[in-house]
Every structure is written in structure tokens, then in C-alpha cells.
Design a protein around this ligand. Structure first.
Ligand code: NAI
Ligand code: MG
Length: 370
């Protein structure tokens, strides 16, 4: 049956294909039990694409990504590719996708799982029930600003420069994503910069304030916070936050801090969103935060929950299937509550399962809920 929901799956390397296989099970389940079907296409990326075509992503696969409603990305990389040239390295595939799809808003949720509270280094009362969303600007800022690189001054002094740079439009579009998202959550946004010491911080704050006052976002509660304070507050009292929006550099650090409030790398999903195109679709790529984990690849040990939760984000943000997204997230919570664990989140008294068994357990829980 033809469907208007197209998905491009790019499993990649290492545990990427293993965790993507578990998404296939959920796709089958949705088709059978929820009568929701997708046109799924699969492609090569990273080392897998290099092995076949001597490039980290072919032009054809790139075009498939541009045409798809959403891209599901596993992970890329591995020691056998570490000495390849810069432009054919596995990471180049992901960077090209991000660049050509113009994925400027990186969404990283930090949600605690009741069954995993004891895995956190923080007190239970600080993190229980935590549900925050960090939105990091992904395509501008100091990682891309010009000029950059080494310089030699007239007196022979060597120095190196990176440039923090943001246009008004770059700040506005990521802030709009934050305001729109907050509206579907707790209606509160913290905009984070260093307006006390950085000119770009002053401009960021001013631009966000103007957009907030435009009349379109009167229902959103906006706070401004300095990035260093935000780091402290995330560890001290993270539940004060709902949505945090920040630049590329601060977002890189703060999203990793927030991630570790909730536990293991094997549990963390992400989404990267682009602009709405002429067909009214928002380009989007969903991927677990973890890499290809060569140390456990091929052994059926990987935790597929980060990938499955990334697929839940796909359902929520690309297909507006809120109920199905809720079901999948609830199924993951339920499996953990039953004490079913992959090695990375193993606890005393729990049942250790393989990647495939974890995927099966999630589908069982879905069955109970459909
Ligand atoms: P990694 O995330 O692959 O692994 C770090 C540690 O966490 C390893 O011990 C691994 O076994 C464990 N781990 C990660 N995901 C897991 C899961 N789902 N279940 C159970 N355990 C899990 O990061 P690492 O080791 O720094 O990089 C390995 C390769 O992955 C490198 O080639 C790196 O470049 C690449 N990488 C790719 C990313 C991507 O595709 N977006 C992101 C990060 C790294
Ligand atoms: Mg990081």
C-alpha cells in the first residue's frame, strides 16, 4: 500500500544496523496493529558507503534524504576508517546530511526513567520526573564562523582564531523552533548566552526578546540566563527548566550535561530539524546520541532504546503521530520497570537481555497498549 509517509533509513556502521533492526520491528507493529504504514527506503552511509562506493554518502543517497519526510540515522565510524582522508571519513556523511538538509535545530531531550533513577549520580528528588528539551543551534556560531585558523602577526607572534558569528535570521529561526515546541510542552523557554561578556550574546538576547514581543508568542514565558549559570542550575535544580535554547558551542556542552542527569548513552535520542520547505515539510534527521560502539558491535549487546526513542521523536515531530509516539515511549518505560536491561544499564536483580530481546520486549509492551 502506498503511503505519504516516507522514511529513509541510514543504519551506518557498527551497532547502527543492529539498533535500526529493532526500529523495523516497531514499523511492522505499527503497520499491523495501528494501520500506520511508511514507505521505507534504506541507504548506505559512513564506512558502509565508503566500502561500497569510496565516499561517505553518494549523491543518490543524499537526494533520497532530501526527498524523504524523515531520515533515521544509526551511527557511523570505526577504527578501520580512522586513517581515511578528511572528506571521505565516515563523519563526512553525517556532516554533509546536516549541511545540505540545513538542519539548524538540534533537539536533545533529557527525560528520566523511574526505573533508572539509581543510575544517576544526582539525588533522586532532584531528577525524578525530569523532562526538559535542549535546543542547540547546529549550523552556525563559533564552529563555522570566519575568519578561522592560524595567523602570524607582523612581529612574528603565532595565534589561532575561531569566530563566533550569528545573523539575526539564524537566531530567529532556532528561537521559533523553541517557542513552537514550548507551546506543546510547559510553555517556558530559557534562552541561554553570555550577554555579560560577548557581543554576540547581547545580540542573541535582543533578537530573542524582540521575537518574543512580536505578538506571536504571548503565551510563552521567556527567561534569559547566562550559560555558566545554566550549567550550574542544570545540576542544582534541573526541573526549573522546560525548553532551553542556545547557540552551537554552549548547546554542545549543556546538552551533554543534561544528558548525564538521566543516565546512559544507550538511552539518549536526538532530532535535528531544518526549515519548512515549499511543500510545507520540515526536513529532519533523527539519531541516537551514541556512536557506532565498535567495542560491542556484532555481539547483540547494544541497547536499542536510544534508537527506538529517536524513532518516537520521528513520529512526534515529523509525522504528528503523538499517540503512537506516546505509546512507544511508555513501552520503553514499562520494559525498564519490568527489570529488563541491556548490559549498559544493567542493575542488580535485573534480567540481562540482547539487542533483539529488548526490541521484542518493547513490542510486547506495545501489544498490551494497542
Ligand atoms: P560510542 O558512543 O560509540 O561509544 C562509547 C561507549 O558507550 C562504548 O563503550 C560503547 O560500547 C558504549 N555504547 C554506546 N552506545 C551504546 C549502546 N547503544 N548500547 C550499549 N553501549 C553503548 O563513542 P566512541 O567510542 O567515542 O566512538 C566510536 C565510534 O563512533 C567512532 O568511530 C566515532 O567517531 C563514532 N561516533 C559516531 C557518532 C555518530 O555517528 N553520530 C557519534 C559519536 C561517535
Ligand atoms: Mg558533545
Amino acid at each position: 500500500m502506498a503511503s505519504n509517509k516516507s522514511l529513509l533509513m541510514l543504519p551506518g556502521d557498527g551497532i547502527g544496523p543492529e539498533v535500526c533492526q529493532e526500529v523495523r520491528k516497531v514499523l511492522d507493529w505499527m503497520d499491523k496493529r495501528r494501520a500506520v504504514s511508511f514507505d521505507v527506503k534504506e541507504g548506505l552511509v559512513g564506512g558502509a558507503a565508503y566500502d561500497a562506493h569510496k565516499t561517505a554518502i553518494t549523491d543518490e543517497t543524499m537526494q533520497d534524504a532530501m526527498d524523504a519526510d524523515a531520515v533515521l540515522f544509526g551511527a557511523v565510524g570505526g577504527p578501520q576508517y580512522d586513517n581515511l582522508g578528511w572528506d571521505v571519513r565516515p563523519e563526512a556523511g553525517l556532516l554533509r546530511l546536516r549541511k545540505e538538509m540545513d538542519l539548524f535545530a538540534n533537539l536533545r531531550p533529557a527525560v528520566t526513567f523511574d526505573a533508572l533513577l539509581d543510575a544517576s549520580t544526582l539525588k533522586q528528588e532532584v531528577i525524578q520526573g525530569l523532562d526538559i528539551m535542549i535546543i542547540r543551534e547546529l549550523t552556525a556560531g563559533v564552529y563555522f564562523g570566519e575568519p578561522r585558523g592560524m595567523q602570524t602577526l607582523p612581529d612574528g607572534t603565532e595565534r589561532c582564531i575561531d569566530t563566533q558569528s550569528y545573523t539575526k535570521a539564524e537566531i530567529e529561526r532556532v528561537t521559533e523552533v523553541a517557542f513552537d515546541l514550548a507551546r506543546k510542552r510547559g510553555s517556558k523557554v530559557h534562552s541561554v548566552e553570555k550577554a555579560n561578556v560577548m557581543k554576540t550574546g547581547v545580540f542573541w538576547r535582543q533578537t530573542v526578546s524582540e521575537l518574543h514581543k512580536s505578538g506571536k508568542y504571548d503565551d510563552i514565558e521567556l527567561h534569559h540566563m547566562y550559560a555558566d549559570n545554566c550549567g550550574m542550575q542544570l545540576v542544582r535544580n534541573p526541573k526549573q527548566f522546560d525548553v532551553i535554547v542556545t547557540d552551537n558551542l554552549f548547546g554542545d556542552m549543556l546538552s551533554d550535561v543534561a544528558a548525564m542527569l538521566t543516565g546512559s548513552l544507550g538511552m539518549l535520542p536526538s532530532a535535528s530539524l531544518g526549515a519548512v520547505d515549499e511543500f510545507g515539510r520540515r526536513k529532519a534527521l533523527y539519531e541516537p546520541v551514541h556512536g557506532s560502539a565498535p567495542d560491542i558491535a556484532g555481539q547483540g549487546m547494544a541497547n536499542p532504546l536510544a534508537m527506538l526513542l529517536s524513532f518516537a521523536m520521528t513520529l512526534r515531530y515529523s509525522f504528528d503521530l503523538q499517540e503512537d509516539a506516546d505509546l512507544l515511549e511508555q513501552a520503553a518505560q514499562a520494559v525498564l520497570s519490568r527489570g529488563i536491561r541491556t548490559g549498559d544499564i544493567m542493575a542488580a536483580g535485573a534480567e540481562k537481555v540482547s539487542t533483539a530481546q529488548m526490541g521484542d520486549a518493547v513490542c510486547e509492551e506495545l501489544d498490551k497498549r494497542a
